[in-house]
Ligand binder design. Structure first.
Ligand code: FAD
Length: 390
């Protein structure tokens, strides 16, 4: 089998690349997907609702050696999700953009159907196990030992997060074969294991809080949103957002600020009034906070003084013991080192070898930023290959 372009990995980036490239130019394109179905992670994204992008995209939402380049490419490529899926989208109060039907699987279905109509070859249950240069061609060895060739290779193999979606990190070896370095990998957008001594009574409770990551005594990131208390520590959107700053950091802490709409002084004033009319100590934060949360704060403050209680409500720190790891993480921090990749996302070590999506050392915050990168990087590679071929 000979192809013009072999796309390795049929995830968000690989499918988007195949769609966009096949629209631009007539080439023999094949997508090789190791799993039984392409686009599985995309179909599970955003709790099954598909948070495809975010209205507020800033440079600081992207991390890793390729964070700055990713931001430039995202700006250059615009709203790629609109180009990929012709439908209506809705945006929530945090800027998160979803398909109006709130069905992530419809996104992968749209791309798969379009690939079928355009005659793109999609081979599922077909993992590429090695790639070798053979003059102007690449020879790809498939899991069943069959060899096929292509003039361009695009590695869209994802990272190491949630191996049930086919991303166990084993495919970085394909890049390493060409001399590419891989930066240190860590789980990001992931639940945090914390000391649970002060939150044992809060299991299952969800609260709107501001969460701040503290590393070496300094603030390393902050986000407002849901915090869910669990048997191992904390989860929820706000936790996911600060998790990457904490992965692998010894002695790190998270500071939880309860009742983020109200100041410490406002809380203290309420407590003074409640005390003056004879409330029990355990009820001094009632109404403002969930009762169990209020009692946990008061117990920990170990004081009846309104300032002490209010201060604890705003500075509820928990030592971080680690994360739940790659099996639970939504993305991988780290990846193919950007020092060996040019502005077109092409290898500096091997011409016609490209990368798109999470395989690169780029990770975005929680809230649609990672799919934005997967689609924008795919769009970039599609334009570069189409231009070179026309
Ligand atoms: C549960 C969950 C929810 C998420 N929700 C969101 C969200 O709402 N919004 C958001 O922006 N981001 C979200 N993310 C992150 C986002 O889904 C990923 O960043 C994005 O899918 C990355 O796209 P990708 O194409 O680079 O990699 P992937 O989508 O991971 O695709 C890689 C594909 O390559 C295949 N593959 C790997 N190696 C080989 C090989 N050697 N040969 C052939 N095939 C191979 C894999 O089977 C896989 O299908 C979520 C992630 C998870 C896990």
């Amino acid at each position: 089998m000979n192809y013009d372009v072999a796309i390795v990995g049929g995830g968000a980036a690989g499918l988007a690349l195949a769609v966009l490239l096949s629209r631009k130019i007539k080439l023999k394109i094949a997508v090789f997907e190791g799993g039984a179905r392409a686009g599985r992670k995309l179909a599970a994204s955003g709790n099954g609702q598909g948070n495809v992008s975010n209205k507020f995209i800033r440079a600081e939402n992207y991390h890793g050696g390729g964070g700055r380049l990713a931001y430039r490419i995202i700006n250059e490529q615009g709203e790629v999700y609109k180009e990929l899926f012709f439908g209506k989208f809705v945006c929530d109060e945090r800027g998160r953009i979803y398909p109006a039907g709130k069905q992530a699987s419809s996104l992968s279905d749209c791309m798969l159907r379009e690939l079928g109509r355009r005659g793109v070859t999609l081979l599922t249950d077909t993992k590429i196990v090695s790639i070798a240069e053979n003059g102007i061609l690449f020879n790809c060895t498939l899991s069943d030992r069959v060899v096929c060739s292509a003039r361009y290779i695009v590695l869209c193999v994802g990272g190491k997060a949630q191996k049930q979606f086919g991303t166990d990190g084993s495919s970085y070896v394909l890049a390493k074969h060409f001399g590419h370095r891989i930066t240190p990998l860590s789980p990001s957008i992931v639940q945090l294991k914390t000391d649970t001594a002060h939150i044992k009574t809060l299991r299952g409770i969800r609260a709107d809080c501001r969460v701040t990551a503290i590393v070496d005594g300094k603030e390393a990131g902050s986000c407002r949103g849901d915090v869910i208390f669990t048997e191992y520590g904390i989860s929820g959107n706000a936790v996911f957002s600060v998790s990457s700053a904490l992965a692998g950091k010894e002695g790190a802490e998270v500071k939880i600020e309860f009742a983020p709409d109200f100041s410490e002084d406002e809380l203290a004033d309420d407590i003074d009034i409640k005390q003056s009319i004879g409330y029990d100590t355990s009820e001094l934060l009632s109404c403002t906070l969930n009762n169990q949360i209020g009692r946990a704060i008061i117990r920990r403050a170990n004081s009846r003084n309104s300032s002490d209680i209010a201060r604890m409500a705003k500075n509820f720190t928990l030592p971080v013991l680690g994360t739940l790891g790659f099996d639970y993480a939504q993305v991988t921090r780290g990846g193919v080192d950007m020092r060996d990749v040019n502005e077109n996302l092409e290898s500096k070590l091997c011409p016609n070898l490209f990368f798109a999506g999470e395989v690169l050392d780029v990770d975005g915050d929680c809230g649609g930023y990672n799919l934005t990168w997967a689609f924008a990087s795919a769009a970039k590679v599609a334009s570069v290959i189409a231009e070179r071929e026309s």
